[in-house]
Ligand binder design. Structure first.
Ligand code: FAD
Length: 303
């Protein structure tokens, strides 16, 4: 019988990235930095910081990314949306990132101002689409640009085919990586990758993984972004609302199962939505074969 590929992993086989959100207050800042410090030794390819709807976290995102540049060896990626902003406002943000030493932007359109599910209206003087934003970023400086992808289709798209066609426009504009919305049924992701390849999208398509620290909260996110919450998944967390210790163990088991199954399907890159918490992500990375890079084992690896 063949060995499961996930059992054979060694450090170096897997590439991970971690996503954080900018903190709103000192307590959240402390929690964020504990998570960053805990995950840093795992040597992620990059860590990204989200941008609040309509640029509401512009300063906080910039401050968080700038601190990552100053105080860590982690390559940062700054998320950027073009909602509710003129081209020149967005261009200022892009130039500020370059000046701060940031070389990677996750380019996004952002959600409609009037809420998910309503019609998106570009700012009259702004970037008209994500592809347009990708081109604008690359005209300013040679950033690495990543974009979002939707394994189950974006809530606004008429079909998955139309969505993938739209994605191709973002990649053709210069994006070098697709990071996906989170999902729980791996079949959606694998089908999405197959269909994207068939349309000629050849850059890395990295699955976005969210560990379920809090089922109710993640179910709320899922409902807003069109991710299916399978009934079997809800059953696994059923009755654990008042039992955080068991909830935590179940969350680790669920995320590990999802990621290991993707490894068995040949996937080697993962983007983790950390929600600024390190514990579950750290454990999953450990299962994936990642080990902290210390001065000692860095030297051993290069000897
Ligand atoms: P796009 O892919 O450009 O558009 C979304 C969909 O709308 C398309 O897939 C397509 O189906 C349809 N569409 C759009 N324009 C057209 C058109 N002209 N013709 C036909 N169809 C069209 N949001 C934030 O506010 N801040 C963040 O930091 C953030 N980070 C994210 C990170 C990732 C990895 C992902 C996947 C999403 C993130 N989001 C973030 C959410 C994102 O802003 C929303 O999902 C938004 O609604 C779509 O942004 P997009 O760049 O993916 O849009």
């Amino acid at each position: 019988m063949g060995e499961r590929k996930s059992r054979l992993l060694g450090s170096g086989d897997i590439d991970v990235s971690f996503e954080f959100f900018p903190p709103k207050n000192e307590k959240m800042e402390e929690q964020l930095w504990q998570a960053v410090r805990r995950l840093e030794p795992l040597g992620p390819r990059f860590v990204s910081v989200t941008y609040g709807a309509g640029g509401s976290t512009r300063e906080r995102t910039h401050a968080t990314v700038a601190r990552i540049v100053r105080e860590t060896a982690l390559p940062p990626a700054a998320h950027l949306t073009c909602v509710q902003a003129t081209r020149s406002e967005v261009n200022d943000v892009i130039r500020d990132y370059w000046a701060a030493g940031v070389r990677h932007i996750v380019a996004l359109r952002g959600d409609p101002v009037s809420g998910v599910g309503t019609k998106y209206e570009p700012h009259p003087g702004g970037y008209a689409s994500t592809a347009d934003l990708v081109r604008g970023i690359l005209e300013i400086a040679p950033f690495e640009v990543s974009v979002g992808g939707y394994p189950e289709g974006h809530p606004e798209s008429p079909s998955l085919d139309a969505d993938i066609e739209h994605l191709k426009g973002k990649v053709d504009a210069g994006a070098r990586r697709v990071i996906t919305q989170f999902f729980f049924d791996n079949a959606h992701f694998l089908r999405f990758v197959e269909r994207a390849r068939a349309k000629g999208i050849w850059c890395p398509i990295v699955p976005g993984i969210v560990p379920i620290h809090n089922f109710k909260q993640v179910a709320g996110f899922a409902a807003r972004c069109g991710t299916t919450m399978p009934a079997w998944l809800a059953r696994r967390f059923d009755g654990l609302e008042q039992d955080p210790a068991t909830n935590h163990l179940v969350a680790a088991a669920v995320a590990a199962e999802q990621v290991m199954d993707l490894v068995d399907q040949g996937i080697r890159q993962f983007h983790f939505y950390t929600l600024n918490r390190a514990d579950l992500v750290y454990a999953i990375c450990h299962l994936l074969g990642l080990r902290p890079v210390t001065a000692g084992n860095r030297l051993a690896a290069t000897a």
